[in-house]
Design a protein around this ligand. Structure first.
Ligand SMILES: Cc1cc2nc3c(=O)[nH]c(=O)nc-3n(C[C@H](O)[C@H](O)[C@H](O)COP(=O)(O)O)c2cc1C
Length: 192
């Protein structure tokens, strides 16, 4: 439906405590069938979802998001997290997706391992980095591209501001992730 509506692609959400991440979690996945228990079983749902999305819209229109050891919703991949992401990323390679998107909350060893394991373009979202560090993962050749959340929300003209070195609006944490209608979502001013 997104492609029919004109989107260029779809990102499969394997991150941040949502359903696919719950299958990856050692604590959240309580299944005793072929979708639970071993690492191979816990990644099975992610791979099967990717398979059907790729069949539907093509690998060049499909991305995948992960958030290793970001404990949102209490989901925890456990002590073998690095092994799990090694297995997941290795299998995702076979689809030749448009990109892999990693929300990075500080586990540098896993980020470095994902960089080595992943054959395609890697997008890194180093959460809550300062403006000065916006491109740190590009500069260090860890990422092929970076994504921006809060700054983009607070600055509808973010690209123009960055290009022209115009100071950024600060995101207001009190209006993020709450149901305020449009407040804090569509009312940040542009520089002009
Ligand atoms: C208003 C808002 C909504 C968000 N919604 C989601 C979401 O639905 N799923 C998700 O994985 N991350 C979501 N995020 C998190 C961002 O994708 C990003 O990982 C996070 O903001 C850290 O990156 P940043 O420091 O560049 O903002 C949201 C962020 C903001 C500011």
């Amino acid at each position: 439906m997104a492609i029919e509506a004109g989107a260029d692609g779809v990102e499969i959400h394997g991150a941040n405590g949502y359903l696919i991440h719950q299958f990856l979690g050692a604590n959240s996945n309580q299944r005793a069938d072929e979708y639970g228990g071993s690492i191979a079983n816990r990644i099975r749902f992610a791979i099967e979802v990717t398979q059907v999305v790729v069949e539907e819209i093509g690998s060049e229109h499909t991305g995948f998001r992960v958030s290793p050891l970001n404990l949102l919703g209490g989901v925890n991949e456990g002590e073998h997290a690095a092994e799990l992401y090694h297995a997941l990323v290795s299998q995702l390679n076979e689809f030749h997706l448009a990109y892999l998107h990693m929300m990075h909350v500080g586990h540098e060893d896993i980020l470095n391992q994902v960089r080595l394991d992943w054959d395609g373009p890697l997008m890194v979202n180093r959460a809550n980095r300062s403006l000065e560090k916006l491109t740190v993962d590009l500069d260090n050749h860890v990422a092929d591209l970076v994504s921006v959340g809060n700054y983009a929300l607070a600055n509808p003209d973010l690209v123009a501001r960055l290009k022209n070195k115009i100071p950024l609006n600060k995101p207001n944490p009190e209006t993020i992730y709450v149901n305020n209608g449009a407040v804090g979502y569509t009312d940040y001013p542009t520089a002009d």
